[in-house]
Design a protein around this ligand. Structure first.
Ligand code: HEM
Length: 379
């Protein structure tokens, strides 16, 4: 129960603070727009030659979380930052590796695997890096002006201690876990979705044409803003369809049943670990006309207006729904539209659209296999 209380309090804290530090707000929109400009500069440097977008997209997306958590962004060539990004990326790959998954299921049989060993080292290095960031933030802490979630946590801890409360959930270990979880949860997911998006645009150039035509007609050369979404129904439908088809978190997170329950004729005892299979809904043939194709019309009505669909649950549903949903949606919309305004995405020379492979790399998330694209400047 203590662990559960701790989780509930930390979830509440993280959610309030995510909101305080901009989730769904104008300040956050401005941060994302600023980051789009940095990402565009990086893409431009390749001058239309094929490259792997993973590293730069990871950095751009991580920077949004860094602004919210630590209160500042990093340069893409800052080694403290890139090593944190790369290690988190590697950790997510590892955590879905067959040996680690076996370990999760049968911990007593498989006490030690090489992957688990590497995982420990990566976590330890990320902890050290975070502790160094925290030390710097502590030195310059100003309770009147919190720069990010870490500051807010430290101030809350100080206040509790000053009023004589020493046994709270606001201790260093929880700060570390909160910062690292937000970083891991907020980076890989959004950047993987964006990489699926660019790959799908290169594979289906006619759909890319339609997105770019809509952007030119509705926005022109100016910067896209969140408020424009309602006037971009086709683009909005494409982004939803990217998330639906890629279904990047196929098994959500494990949950425990809080009571005995009978589900679809099966009795499940209280306290059983269950994995809600999001893909079974996102690709349900009774919900979607073309469950396994890239078909943006899933989200358009006859007048080509955007329509919401109940079976669209890439962020899961219920009390444990993704904490960062509104931030993620803002990021996906702004990064995707701004990139498509600036670039035409095509397969590497000598590769046809048909040859672009949509087979996912299976881990905790489903990400695109390594690919290179050309980003041809349009502006
Ligand atoms: C496209 C992007 C994203 C997708 C598809 C996604 C999806 C999900 C899913 C499916 C879960 C599991 C929900 C469940 O257990 O039923 C989850 C949990 C979570 N997500 Fe996201 N997410 C995304 C982006 C983000 C971002 C940007 C943040 C950053 C703040 C974030 C923070 C979290 C956290 C903290 C949890 C755990 C919540 C809890 O355990 O109570 N996510 N997300």
């Amino acid at each position: 129960p203590n662990k559960q209380h701790s989780h509930i309090e930390m979830r509440r804290f993280a959610l309030t603070k995510l909101r305080d530090f901009g989730m769904g707000k104008r300040a956050c929109e401005d941060k994302i727009i600023e980051e789009c400009q940095h990402l565009i500069e990086v893409f431009k440097k390749f001058k239309g030659e094929a490259f792997d977008t993973t590293q730069s997209i990871n950095c751009a997306v991580s920077n949004i979380i860094c602004s919210i958590v630590y209160g500042s962004r990093f340069e893409y060539n800052d080694p403290e930052f890139t090593s944190l990004v790369d290690r988190t990326n590697r950790l997510i790959r590892l955590s879905g590796s067959p040996s680690i998954q076996m370990y999760e299921m049968f911990p007593s049989i498989l006490k030690w695997t090489a992957d688990r060993n590497e995982g420990f080292k990566l976590v330890a290095a990320n902890k050290m890096q975070n502790l160094a960031f925290f030390r710097r933030l502590k030195e310059t802490l100003n309770p009147q002006m919190c720069r990010g979630i870490v500051d807010a946590f430290l101030v809350r801890k100080q206040n509790l201690e000053e009023s004589g409360i020493t046994k709270s959930h606001f201790h260093d270990e929880n700060l570390l876990i909160t910062a690292m979880n937000l970083f891991a949860a907020g980076t890989e997911t959004t950047s993987t979705t964006l990489r699926w998006g660019l790959l799908l645009m290169a594979k289906y150039p006619k759909i890319q044409d339609e997105v770019q035509e809509e952007l030119r007609r509705v926005i022109g050369d100016r910067q896209v803003q969140v408020a424009d979404r309602k006037n971009l129904p086709f683009t909005d439908a494409v982004i939803h369809e990217i998330q639906r088809l890629s279904s990047i978190i196929p098994t959500a997170l494990p949950h425990k049943t809080t009571r005995d329950i009978t589900f679809q004729g099966h009795f499940i005892e209280k306290g059983t670990t269950v994995f809600p299979l999001l893909t079974s809904v996102l690709h349900d043939p009774s919900e979607w006309e073309r469950p396994h194709s890239f078909y943006p019309a899933h989200f358009l009505d006859k007048e080509k207006k955007f329509v919401k669909r109940d079976a669209f649950i890439p962020f899961s549903a219920g009390r444990r729904i993704c904490l960062g949903e509104s931030l993620a949606r803002m990021e996906l919309f702004l990064f995707f539209t701004t990139l498509l305004q600036h670039f035409r995405f095509t397969p590497a020379p000598g590769v046809s659209e048909d040859e672009l492979d949509l087979t996912p790399v299976v881990s905790i998330t489903l990400s695109p296999s390594l690919y290179k694209l050309c980003a041809v400047s349009q502006m």
